[in-house]
Ligand binder design. Structure first.
Ligand code: PMP
Length: 295
């Protein structure tokens, strides 16, 4: 990250410089990817959907039987303190709980003290041109880990399944990859949820397809699409459904809403960002830049 030496990180209750923001090589987050995290955004000084992110964070921790080192209200304050210490109003926020320091064995309950940290940064994931013209994606060969093996609603620190698919994307010279589940149905992308638009209906795979319950996905389903008069459906989708859609778009905290123009080189719709995606993006922008109170 662009650290000029003055960036502050919140680590276990204190603001420290990046050089002091360290965790042990014996932390099970390092040894085993044992922990959970959230990616959150602030727009104009308001933290977007913080309650939803904290709910998901604490739900992830609970499923990992990791006792959160701080209560929600303290993490809420930590996020705001870190933003203001870094003079940021529009920012990407990373909240992490690690299992903490333990022995070399897997045993998670021999790590007595979990660690919490908050990083704030000003990032833009994709170049503006991609929002205007749409992005190219591939369908990864790497399948999503089955939900029977790892609950995808846990936003864990172990992202290797997604990283292997991301490497396929990078090798194909694109920035995202659609992941299928082991039954061959469309699940999600490596760091984004996926939607298609067919005859004006906004459709996305259901939880049982093996997805993270995206905060942006829910925003689209429950607020943006209904406000624009679009019906929303959760439905199992095949690659053919996606290839034959009028529009395809991805959602995520970092990516926001981004249209897909080609999948594996096949044009989606007319090969540009479609009107429903544009309208949803405009509504998204309007809402996050309004002065409405945080929700
Ligand atoms: N799926 C995966 C695998 C993700 O990592 C993310 C977020 N980075 C998403 C979907 C989108 O979720 P959200 O809208 O809550 O950021």
């Amino acid at each position: 990250m662009g650290d000029n030496g003055s960036t502050k990180i919140w680590l276990n209750g204190e603001l420290v410089g990046t050089d002091e923001a360290r965790i042990s090589v014996f932390d099970h987050a390092v040894l085993y990817g044992d922990g959970c995290f959230e990616g959150i955004r602030a727009y104009g000084g308001r933290v977007f959907k913080l309650a939803s992110h904290l709910d998901r964070m604490y739900a992830s921790a609970k499923k990992l039987r990791l006792t959160p080192p701080f209560p929600k209200d303290e993490i809420d304050r930590a996020i705001r303190t870190t933003l203001s210490a870094n003079g940021l109003t529009d920012a990407y926020i990373r909240l992490v709980f690690t299992r903490g320091v333990g022995t070399l064995g897997l045993h998670p309950f021999r790590c007595p003290k979990p660690t919490a940290f908050v990083i704030t940064d000003s990032i833009e994931l994709y170049p503006p041109e991609l929002y205007e013209n749409g992005m190219d994606v591939i369908v990864a060969r790497q399948r999503r880990i089955p939900i029977e093996s790892l609950d995808p609603s846990i936003k864990s620190l172990n992202y290797l399944n997604n990283i292997l698919a991301k490497i396929e994307a990078i090798d194909a010279d694109v920035l995202e990859a659609i992941m299928l589940n082991v039954d061959g149905q469309v699940s999600e992308c490596t760091g984004d949820n996926i939607f298609l638009v067919s005859d004006g209906v906004v459709i996305t795979p259901p939880a049982c397809a093996g997805i993270l319950h995206g905060v942006t996905r829910r925003f689209v389903m429950e607020e943006l699409a209904p406000a624009l008069g679009h019906a929303v459906e959760e439905r199992s989708l095949t690659v053919d459904d996606v290839l034959g859609a009028d529009e395809v778009f991805l959602t995520g905290t970092a990516a926001e809403i981004i249209g897909v123009k080609r999948i594996d080189g096949h044009a989606i719709g007319c090969g540009a960002v479609g009107p429903v995606t544009r309208a949803l993006t405009a509504e998204f922008r309007r809402r996050v830049s309004s002065n409405a109170p945080e929700d």
